[in-house]
Ligand binder design. Structure first.
Ligand code: ZN
Length: 505
């Protein structure tokens, strides 16, 4: 204990926070630049600079001064403002996790991860899982060690990893969620996907010039009320959102000339992430409590805008004309029905990132099942491709032709991101629950016909966005909807929408 007066401790903490934020700001800008503007020849030099900066920020985070300061404030948390007490509690949890890992282990693991992504890329390219399996075994062995280091009184085993991506959500919660999906959604998906889409004509494979697609990107971000004073749009290989606080929020998209929808829905999806960040209470910017609450909460916002809003009939009634005037020749003879059915086409497919709204959670469920088996020891890495293919057949009824389109398609496991996947599906289900209650307060479809999402933005700002990380997803859901997470809304939403489209009673 330093025995300093509380005010002095708080000032010291604020100084530390400013410094760490400056490192994070540099890291954010370099990352953004790497994905959007940087020339390919700069990466060797860049990685050395990034290495120095990240080791400096790591030292700042874990040096004895910081550790003592945080521990002392933690001891005296009852004397702090509720906001600062919460921040200290969260920071101490993060710090304890880092400090529990022996430094030599930490360095070894990071070296392993540095080479694993390259090995994965080669294996994927050659479609040969055996080129990746040895390093995956090492990664999994390390994940098992991590689970021990992260263990607390409340969290054991796989729960410790799940908690990193979705604080407070355990295997028990996810099991209950995916059991509902298995029981209610899988048979429905199999039935729908055996039917023919009602779309008579498609825009897929027609040519749409990039310059003209750019007009649509700006148009749809304007529809979402994207603030160009605090936001920016660029191109990147894979669309993403990044930012720093609520005053600097950046989104990217990718243009495919033979797929006009890809850009439209990327822009709306990333625009949803951006709206969350932009509408967070600005007073949280100087703290560590600003921005999206958790991974699933963030994904719930992007998917609410992309799917519930962007793939709704009312949305296309409002914006069909814009598509038509931007692309008159491609849109000749195309009706609103064609577009609506085209953007809601259900197909059983091999690749998660290309999956439609209805089959997407099934892809996630498969990965969740496999992760559990790998980490809890009842599936050997060598048997993983076989098990993958079996589950693909039982959940989606499709044959996997090779590893590239099967077990090797995602980078997550090569990055050591175990526990991440389930947040994607959980986010979609949170979105459905919020959307249901939003509709109780105003007619969302009617509001979208005004060619803006302003009412949707406002509702989400008041019930979700403004809180940043100060509430957990369940606290937020209870406040916004009067009940904790309930997957019923997701299943009902999907069954309702797709029964109508595919004419099933
Ligand atoms: Zn997203």
């Amino acid at each position: 204990m330093s025995n300093l007066p509380l005010e002095q401790l708080v000032v010291k903490y604020q100084d530390f926070r400013k410094k760490l934020k400056a490192y994070r700001f540099a890291d954010y800008l370099i990352g953004w630049d790497s994905e959007t503007e940087a020339p390919s020849g700069c990466f060797d030099e860049r990685s050395q600079m990034v290495g120095i900066l990240s080791s400096e920020s790591f030292k700042l985070m874990t040096c004895s001064d910081t550790v003592n300061l945080v521990n002392e404030l933690y001891e005296r948390k009852s004397e702090l403002t509720p906001l600062l007490a919460l921040e200290i509690k969260k920071y101490k949890k993060e710090l304890d996790q880092i400090l529990n890992i022996p430094l030599t282990e930490y360095v070894k693991y990071n070296t392993l991860l540095a080479s694993s992504q390259q090995k994965w890329a080669i294996a994927k390219n050659k479609s040969d899982f055996t080129l990746f399996s040895d390093i995956l075994k090492e990664i999994i062995a390390y994940q098992k060690k991590l689970m021990k280091y992260y263990e607390t009184d409340e969290l054991k085993g796989y729960d410790t990893l799940l908690d990193i991506y979705e604080e407070g959500i355990t295997k028990k919660d996810y099991d209950a969620f995916f059991d509902v999906l298995k029981r209610d959604l899988v048979p429905f998906v199999l039935e729908i996907s055996s039917r023919k889409s009602p779309a008579k004509k498609s825009l897929i494979n027609k040519k749409f010039k990039e310059e003209k697609q750019e007009i649509l990107s700006h148009y749809f971000l304007d529809v979402l009320k994207f603030d160009w004073q605090r936001g920016v749009l660029k191109k990147s290989e894979h669309p993403f959102t990044s930012g720093f606080g609520s005053t600097d929020v950046r989104v990217t998209t990718h243009y495919y000339e033979d797929n006009v929808y890809s850009n439209i829905f990327s822009v709306i999806h990333e625009g949803g992430h951006a709206t969350y960040e932009l509408q967070c209470d600005q007073t949280l910017d100087e703290t560590f409590l600003g921005g999206g609450a958790t991974m699933a909460m963030h994904e719930s916002q992007s998917r609410l805008y992309e799917n519930m809003i962007g793939r709704s009939r009312a949305f296309w009634e409002a914006h069909f004309d814009k598509l038509k005037t931007t692309f008159p020749s491609q849109m000749k003879d195309i009706t609103i029905d064609d577009v609506y059915y085209d953007v809601n086409r259900v197909e059983r497919s091999l690749i998660r990132t290309e999956a439609d709204e209805l089959t997407y959670p099934i892809h996630i469920m498969l990965r969740y099942d496999l992760e559990k088996m790998l980490l809890e020891g009842n599936l050997a890495v060598d048997d993983l491709p076989k098990k993958w293919n079996e589950l693909m057949m039982s959940y989606l009824g499709i044959e996997v032709p090779n590893d590239k389109n099967g077990v090797l398609q995602d980078i997550h496991w090569a990055m050591g991101s175990f526990g991440y996947f389930p947040t994607y599906a959980y986010g979609s289900a949170i979105a459905a629950q919020l959307y249901y209650y939003m509709n109780k307060e105003f007619d969302v479809a009617e509001s979208l016909r005004k060619k803006t999402t302003a009412d949707v933005n406002e509702w989400l700002k008041e019930h979700v966005h403004k809180y940043g990380k100060t509430l957990s997803p369940n606290e937020m859901l209870i406040k916004a909807t009067g009940e904790a997470f309930n997957p019923k809304y997701y299943i009902d939403y999907l069954k309702n929408k797709y029964s109508k489209i595919y004419n099933i009673n």
